[in-house]
Each structure stands twice: as structure tokens, then as C-alpha cells.
Design a binder for this molecule. Structure first.
Ligand SMILES: Cc1cc2nc3c(=O)[nH]c(=O)nc-3n(C[C@H](O)[C@H](O)[C@H](O)COP(=O)(O)OP(=O)(O)OC[C@H]3O[C@@H](n4cnc5c(N)ncnc54)[C@H](O)[C@@H]3O)c2cc1C
Length: 417
């Protein structure tokens, strides 16, 4: 079923009786060519591009709960291509280009809003670093504008520019950065994959990965065994646990990241603002809530909720940057489990078991990567070759030390990225 204005009009005039569920609820088959473990953004987009780009149909996505209730539905929805290092830079650039055509491609409004992202800086040294990053972004073919203090003031007049600890010197403006509606991204990819014949199987937890003679042969699930020629682990914060089912130990730690949203307000913030020195970032959702967050809770955990000291820290940073936020009431907070690598950059690669693939380590930046990651993993699984824009995301860089992409320059400590 195509969604369009005429369809809405005719359904409205005929009692809305013609709408169909956006995807089927099939029973799992005994065997598939490809099984994808994890029905988050990355698993669903991989299935979609396997079908759309490579014409493959005999595919199942196995999700232990309901589609889209993991991190893909828990993030703060920021989409950007402002990475500095080769390897990351071209990948996120490719992903942003996919975002720009996504609603039309999926025939589903993902509410991609390129409202602009401003990263604030607070010293001459930081200005130099952001100027360098901006140059790298422009060289990559993306957009970046270095703003001085008055330039930032024109965009964000309500910030406290003279605050004692971190006076604002300027900002790096990325006009094509912005946000998207996270649920819609999961639902749009699910609908697109389903309509191309992919079986999306919910409430189906993978409890074992079958390996014979060094080759993957299938999975065990709470709904029975399923044979498969190729299996991809795309389980975000649970990647370490799921890979352990195949006897693998990944260079990943799981950490909690929290987010917060206020009551709905009239439009007040029309950009995404990142205040790195305070570990704080904020945007306003289309419903009016101020959506904001900070850093990881700093210790490894599989709990999908965070703790009060980080909540306090985030509130303090918000008050420092824009004291007016103190008048808004926080409506809810939540957490998600982040798959943190030692260099803060992801993995899209073959596992050291024939037929097994890994897509993980997205840390807290994997929402913007949903289209690019699915596109690149589908390319790897279908052709046997890494996608050129994701060729740096190799697993063996953590063993050899070659090709590490430490964007933050903070060293091999998972929780500092
Ligand atoms: C608070 C917060 C804010 C964030 N903000 C941003 C942001 O602004 N921008 C950005 O780019 N990124 C952001 N992120 C990161 C981003 O959300 C993640 O990197 C990304 O969503 C992870 O990929 P995914 O969507 O595939 O994960 P998920 O949606 O978590 O998908 C993984 C799926 O695997 C399933 N699964 C796990 N184990 C099994 C099993 N054994 N069997 C079957 N299924 C299984 C899970 O149930 C889950 O549905 C944020 C994350 C959080 C928590």
C-alpha cells in the first residue's frame, strides 16, 4: 500500500476501513538464507537494503521483544555528519545523504528536519580544534561554518554567553545536521523490508548460535531452531552477550546513557545545540518537549535506566548554558544500553566464524548511522566485500592497533568516548 495524500483523502471519505497493518506477523520458517538478530534500526535497515539493493528475499529479522523498542526508540534523534577522522568522516557523510532521501525512499515520513546543529566552543584552543574539524567536514563534501560569539548569538540569543566557567567564544555550525522521528525510522524500515518479503519475527529471542566446523549453521530461539547460511549480530547494547553465544569475546563494554524530556512548550529552540564542555546537548521535538541529555553514567551496566547523580549533572549543565530552562518541568527520563568500543568507533565486519557478521559498537552515535550501517552491512553480506565508505570499521583494529579511529582522542577507555 502506497501512502499519499489521495489515499488519506479517500480513506477519510470511506470510514478509514482500507488501512492495513504496516507489516505482517509471520511464523518463523525452519530455514532462511540470512538471519539478522536484532530488530532495531540497524537490523531493520540491513534487511531492507539486502532486499532492495541486492534482490535477496529469504531473510528473517529476529527480535526478542517488539520492533523498535530498543535504542532506536530511546535516543535523542540527532542526525549529523560532523566527524573528523578518515574512516568515520566518509561513512557518516554517506549516511546523511541516505537520510536526505529517506522519507521518499521508504514512502514513510521519518520527519527528518535539517534544522542545523551548533557545537559551542569556549577557548582559543577549542576554536582551533573546531576550525580543523570544520575544514575536514568541508573537504569531505559536507557543510560547516565557523561562527564567532556574535554569530552564535544571532542563532541562539537565549544562551548565557558570559557565564563564569565556560564563556561562549563561538560555535561550529553544521546546517545539514538536525533530527528525525526515531520511531518512524524503525517503522518505515520495517514496513519497507516486509513489503519486499522479509519476515520480521517479534518476541523471538536468540538463545544460541549454532556453529559446525567453524561455520555458522543457524540459531536457537525461544520459538525453536532456525537454520541459516548467514547470520548477523545487530543487537547494540547486547552485542557482547549475543556474540558470546558463538564463543566470541568482543572488545565492547555496555554502558547506560540517559535522556530527558520536558513538558511540551511553544517553539523556543530551533537548532540542535551541543555544549561539550558541560556534557550537555538539547533540541526541541516537534511535539514541543525539550529533549536533552549528557554523558554516560560512567560504569558498565545492562540496566535500561540511569542514576540520579548523572541526572543532577545534566540539569546543572542545562542551567549553566540556558538559565531559562529552569522554568520547564521535566516530564520523563529514560536510559538505553550503549555498545561502547575502546576507540569509540563502530564495527561492521565478518566475525572470525564463517558466515557470521557483526554490526555493533555504535556507542551513543548509532541513530544517525541507521541508513549507512544497514546499507554497508547489506553490501558486505551480499557481495562479500566491505562497502568502501565503511571499510575502516574492522574488528581486527583492536588486536593489531592499526586503523584505530579515536575521534575524541581519549584513549582506550570505553566510558570516555
Ligand atoms: C539516551 C540515548 C540517546 C541517544 N542519542 C543519539 C543521538 O542523538 N544520535 C545518534 O546518532 N545516536 C543516539 N543514540 C544511540 C543510538 O540510539 C544507538 O546507537 C542505535 O539506536 C543502536 O542501534 P539499533 O537501533 O540497532 O539498536 P536497538 O534499537 O537497541 O536494537 C537492537 C535490538 O536487538 C534486540 N536484541 C538484543 N538481544 C537479542 C537477542 N538475544 N535476540 C533477539 N533480539 C535481541 C533488542 O531487543 C533490540 O531491539 C542514543 C542512545 C540513547 C540510549
Amino acid at each position: 500500500m502506497r501512502y499519499n495524500a489521495l489515499k488519506i483523502l479517500t480513506e477519510g471519505l470511506t470510514g478509514n476501513r482500507g488501512w492495513r497493518p504496516a507489516w505482517r506477523r509471520p511464523e518463523p520458517k525452519a530455514a532462511y538464507d540470512i538471519v539478522i538478530i536484532g530488530g532495531g534500526g540497524h537490523g531493520l535497515s540491513t534487511a531492507y537494503y539486502l532486499a532492495r539493493e541486492h534482490g535477496l528475499k529469504n531473510i528473517a529479522v529476529l527480535e526478542k521483544g517488539r520492533l523498535g523498542l530498543g535504542n532506536v526508540g530511546r535516543n535523542t534523534t540527532i542526525v549529523r555528519a560532523n566527524y573528523f577522522l578518515p574512516g568515520n568522516s566518509e561513512f557518516y557523510s554517506m549516511s546523511l545523504k541516505l537520510w536526505e532521501g529517506l522519507s521518499a525512499d521508504l514512502n514513510y515520513n521519518v520527519m527528518h528536519s535539517q534544522r542545523g546543529l551548533i557545537n559551542l566552543f569556549h577557548s582559543d584552543g577549542q576554536r582551533d580544534a573546531f576550525a580543523r574539524r570544520g575544514n575536514a567536514m568541508v573537504n569531505q563534501g559536507d557543510d560547516a561554518v565557523l561562527l564567532d560569539r556574535e554569530g552564535v548569538r544571532r542563532h541562539l540569543p537565549y544562551l548565557d554567553f558570559e557565564q563564569g566557567r565556560f564563556p561562549i567564544f563561538g560555535g561550529l555550525y553544521h546546517p545539514r545536521g538536525g533530527t528525525a522521528r526515531h520511531d518512524a525510522v524503525a517503522w518505515g524500515y520495517a514496513r519497507g523490508a516486509d513489503s519486499r518479503g522479509v519476515d520480521l519475527i517479534e518476541n523471538c529471542e536468540v538463545t544460541g548460535i549454532d556453529v559446525e566446523g567453524g561455520r555458522v549453521t543457524g540459531v536457537q530461539t525461544t520459538r525453536g531452531g532456525i537454520r541459516a547460511k548467514k547470520v548477523a549480530i545487530v543487537t547494540a547494547g547486547r552485542s557482547g552477550q549475543v556474540a558470546a553465544l558463538a564463543g566470541l569475546r568482543l572488545p565492547i563494554e555496555s554502558h547506560v546513557l540517559q535522556a530527558f524530556v520536558t513538558e511540551g512548550l511553544k517553539p523556543v529552540i530551533d537548532h540542535v545545540i551541543s555544549f561539550g564542555m558541560g556534557h550537555f546537548y538539547i533540541s526541541q521535538s516537534d511535539k514541543g518537549g525539550l529533549v536533552f541529555g549528557g554523558d554516560l553514567d560512567f560504569y558498565p551496566s545492562y540496566a535500561q535506566r540511569g542514576n540520579l547523580p548523572m541526572a543532577e549533572h545534566v540539569m546543572e549543565a542545562g542551567m549553566t548554558l540556558m538559565p531559562m530552562i529552569g522554568k520547564a518541568k521535566v516530564l520523563r527520563s529514560w536510559g538505553g544500553i550503549m555498545d561502547m568500543t575502546p576507540d569509540g568507533s563502530p564495527i561492521i565486519d565478518r566475525a572470525p566464524i564463517e558466515g557470521l557478521y557483526l554490526d555493533c559498537g555504535w556507542c551513543y552515535g548509532g541513530f544517525k548511522a541507521v541508513p549507512g550501517s544497514g546499507f554497508a552491512l547489506a553490501h558486505l553480506m551480499a557481495t562479500g566485500q566491505p562497502h568502501p565508505d565503511a571499510a575502516g570499521f574492522r574488528l581486527d583494529r583492536f588486536r593489531t592497533g592499526r586503523g584505530l579511529m579515536d575521534e575524541e582522542g581519549t584513549g582506550a577507555q570505553h566510558n570516555l568516548h
